[in-house]
Structures are given as C-alpha cells and as structure tokens.
Design a protein around this ligand. Sequence first.
Ligand code: PLP
Length: 386
Amino acid sequence: MRESDTLHYFDYAATTPADAEVIAAMADCLGVDGVFGNPASSSHPAGVSARRLVERSRSQVAALIGADAAEIIWTSGATESNNLALKGYAELGHARAHLMTSVLEHKAILDTMAYLETRGASVTYLKPSPKGEITAEAVAAALRPDTGLVSVMLVNNELGTLTDVAAISKVVHDAGALLHVDAAQALGKTPIDVKAMGIDMLSMSAHKVYGPKGIGALYVNKDVMACIAPQMHGGGHERGLRSGTLATHQIVGMGTACELARQHMTADNERIARLSRRLLEGVLSLDGVVHNAADAQRIAHTLSLTIGHSGFFTFMLNGNLAVSSTSACNSASGQPSHVLSAIGLDSEAASRTVRVSLGRFTSEASVDFAIACFERVVCQCRALAA
Ligand SMILES: Cc1ncc(COP(=O)(O)O)c(C=O)c1O
C-alpha cells in the first residue's frame, strides 16, 4: 500500500480507536465462557464476578482522577454526565439557583443550560479573555449571592486550551457555590486530581481516551451527592443516581482505558508534544496559516488552524487526511463554530479553520504527510488567487 493510500487520522478529539487491550478486556465480558452475568445478580457466581469487574473498573477510573471509587457514577458518556450534573442540580430547587458557564463550552453543556433556562433557570455565559481562556477573574466578577453551580471545561474541544480550574474552584468555593468540570477532552491528556483542584463534579467519556463509545462517568464528591437528583429512574443503581443494568463490557473497557492512560500519559504526552511541535513548525512556515489561541495555556494534542486564503475549503485537505472543520457536533449542524466566533473569528475565517488532533497512534510519517497536504492546498489556493 502506498503511503498516500493509508488514512492519516488527525481527529482524535472527535473520537479515538479503542486500544487493543481494551478490546480484549471487553470481549471477555460478553460470551458464555466470559463474565456475562448481570452485576446486580448477587446470588450466583456469574453476577458476583461481573460485579467484581465493575468495581475494579470503578477504582481504575477513580485512580486516574484522584477520586474515591465510591464517587464514580457510570453513565453513557460525557453528554449524559453533563446532563446529570446540571439538570440534577437545577431540579432540586436549591435556594442558590443561579448557574454559570462559558460560551466556549460543548453543546452538551450549552444545550442543557438552554433547556434549563426554558424551565426558569437564570444562567450567565462567560466570555473568554483575548487569549481565549475563561479566567478565575471573569468567574469572580460574574458570581452572585445566589450562584449555586459553575460549569467550565478543563480542555476545550476545538482549541485545545486549558482552563485554570484550581483557580476557578477557589473563587467558586469562596462564594459558597459548587464547581462542575467537563473533562471529556482532558481525561488521560493532562493530570487531573479532583481533590487538589477542588472539583465537585467531573464529566468523563471513554471514547476520547481509547475506550469504547457509549460509556462515561460522572465523578460526584461524596459531600455533594445529595445535591443532585437522578435523571434516570428504575432500579436504584449507582447510589440511586443513575438506574439501569450496568454494561459490564463497556465499563471494563473504560476501566482498562483509564488504567492504560494512567500508565502511559507521561510518555504519550511527550511523544505527542514532539509531533505536535513538528506539525506546527511545518504548517506555520506556510504563508497565511494561523494557530488560534496560541498564547493560551494548552495541551499539545489539539490544534486549531486558520488558512488565510479565500479559496480554501476543508474538503481540499480531506481524503486520506482525516481532520475536521470544527467539533464533530458542530460539523453535523453545518453552523459556524460558536467557539471560533467567541474568540473573534468571523464566519469566513471560521469556515477556513481546521481542527487537527493527534493521539497515541499518530506517527511521524503521518505528521509529514499532513504537512505536505497543507502545503499542497496552500499552493492551490495561491494559484487560484493568481
Ligand atoms: C468537551 C466535550 N464535552 C462533552 C462531549 C460529549 O461526550 P460524549 O460523546 O461522551 O457524549 C464531548 C465530545 O465531543 C466533548 O468534546
């Protein structure tokens, strides 16, 4: 197979392939010779073995974020975790009913907040600093005496920017409010210690960290468990916060993925940072290519690049190079990215922006292929303009 016939995948922020160890562990939980029992069937060995695997997985997820295993609630992914945290808080009718988030959040937060507004909630949407960050100062300035819950993302899915959650937690807690963090893009890519960072609730997703799709978790600090209402009723699983038969294979997939992330994060990050630098040097040497939010605190994995040539369309890059025009959710809506608009790009510049995200299986050859693709397209644009 020629180099150009293979897919060069640069869309790890949309989803990751499951690690081979994850797939093997999941497969062991499905068939008649495997651990297929219902984890709630405590009266026989099939159920007891499944429960044991579920609890081991819970500990593996907890270990990656510095939580106690009892503080991990299984969900179907970060979208559900975000819904459980926000609706679960709002529904209990706390006296502190004001909610706060930022305009940079994922739709799983923004659409949930919009829904809560239709039910009478008051929500403040923070704007980013010129660097593209949501700062503790911005949070502090918008806090009200009745602010109950602040929700910010740890890593932005389009820009790769990092939020100073520890600083935000301090001002939020000083004001007597709770902090929820959407860590879908952060898990396994940057160290997380929920206790040291002062996080009350944290949303996670397995498929962004080499686990399967359809499984995630919400960390809920044990002291705030009583502050949220379940959104799924029936059976009282997961401390009554999320009913439904536990999907052993999915859960084991997420646990294994988190264990691998814990073991390999430092080495993975070093390699990805090196490849990311190589990619950036290559594309920024082409005329008219801009790295968005470059001055912000960031992870190396996700790059937002605007191609400053009017004839550029993302499809010119796509084919054997898998990049995305924006987040997978915005791609589906066809709307300009709300994140890019929020950092000051007009709709034209936003339409000429691509997200390039690297991961565990990115190779140097793929990086060089990507640079060559950008070079080809920039040349085409220049020729079109001439
Ligand atoms: C920041 C962020 N939050 C939430 C989600 C939703 O995660 P899931 O696909 O697990 O529902 C995503 C997925 O793209 C994301 O990037």
